[in-house]
Design a binder for this molecule. Structure first.
Ligand SMILES: Cc1cc2nc3c(=O)[nH]c(=O)nc-3n(C[C@H](O)[C@H](O)[C@H](O)COP(=O)(O)OP(=O)(O)OC[C@H]3O[C@@H](n4cnc5c(N)ncnc54)[C@H](O)[C@@H]3O)c2cc1C
Length: 262
């Protein structure tokens, strides 16, 4: 694992619970869309906490080669509240990676491909779609983006622009907790919904990638299989608290890393 001391260069609010963090790395990181990194915080007493975050930026592009992570805040969490409440532009944070070779897709892998993202689980698809747009690929891609409400649709303007660009990218939104107050589909992903999308794509889907919380991945995978998709072409990435390192010890609510000016 290669660790680097990355500098936070920008923080943007994407939704009430998610912020985007842009990091400048001392050495450019070579990665494939869909891979993730480890973000490691060290307390003054040496205690360390680390969590995985999908890379949302495209490889070799982005703003001046910066790495973008979209981090959702969990109120009872350890690392995400620190990033939301304490981390500032100019802070130095350790980033390790890239990690993961299974949950990746590039246009060279071929299409049509179906992405299903729940909440912050849209992050790796942003990397894939940004890379696809950057190289001018026209392989058919459909993204089903499930969020609780309209205000929780991350990157929605950018996704909408990609969808109207006419490059065989189709965006479908489903909102689970805001029925009737908008023009989007309401409700959870189910077999009927997936079957309709697959039919509309007109060509056999070669790969399905699903990313989000455990319950989202379960529901989406069940719906996809019930819609007749071969489980062998489904890849999943589950967010959750599986990589928690220590119990009974929390990061203090103070700066955990040495800071240096930009
Ligand atoms: C490969 C991978 C990629 C990931 N990429 C991202 C990403 O791009 N953006 C992002 O925001 N998160 C991502 N995660 C989740 C992330 O690693 C952390 O689990 C999350 O930030 C919570 O960390 P925490 O320290 O704040 O909370 P923790 O202290 O780990 O957990 C606190 C509480 O929150 C719950 N919880 C933690 N994570 C989730 C979750 N995802 N859904 C529902 N409940 C949860 C726990 O069960 C617990 O109750 C990814 C996870 C993996 C495994």
């Amino acid at each position: 694992m290669t660790w680097q001391n990355a500098i936070i260069t920008r923080i943007e609010r994407l939704s009430p619970r998610v912020k985007s963090f842009l990091f400048r790395l001392p050495e450019p990181m070579s990665f494939r869309p869909g891979q993730h990194v480890l973000l490691r915080l060290t307390a003054p007493d040496g205690y360390r906490a680390q969590r995985s975050y999908s890379i949302a930026s495209a490889p070799g592009t982005g703003r001046a080669g910066e790495l973008e992570l979209a981090i959702e805040r969990f109120d009872d969490g350890e690392v995400s509240p620190f990033m939301h409440d304490a981390a500032q532009v100019g802070d130095e944070i350790e980033i390790g990676g890239p990690i993961g070779g299974h949950f990746v897709w590039t246009p060279e892998d071929g299409g049509p491909v179906l992405f299903l993202g729940g909440g912050s689980g849209v992050a790796p698809f942003m990397s894939m779609l940004r890379h696809r747009a950057a190289i001018g690929s026209r392989d058919p891609v459909a993204l089903v983006f499930s969020a609780r409400s309209r205000e929780e649709l991350l990157f929605f303007d950018e996704l909408s622009e990609l969808a109207v660009s006419g490059n065989s990218f189709c965006l479908m939104v489903t909102l689970t907790r805001e029925a009737g107050a908008h023009s989007f589909r309401a409700g959870r992903i189910d077999a009927e919904f997936i079957a309709g999308i697959v039919t509309a794509m007109k060509m056999p889907v070669r790969q399905v990638l699903i990313c989000g919380s455990n319950p989202f991945v379960e529901t989406a995978a069940e719906g996809t299989i019930a819609a007749g998709i071969d489980p062998a072409i489904i890849k999943t990435e589950r967010y959750g608290a599986a990589d928690v390192q220590a119990e009974g010890h929390r990061l203090p609510a103070v700066k955990c890393q040495p800071r240096r000016p930009l």
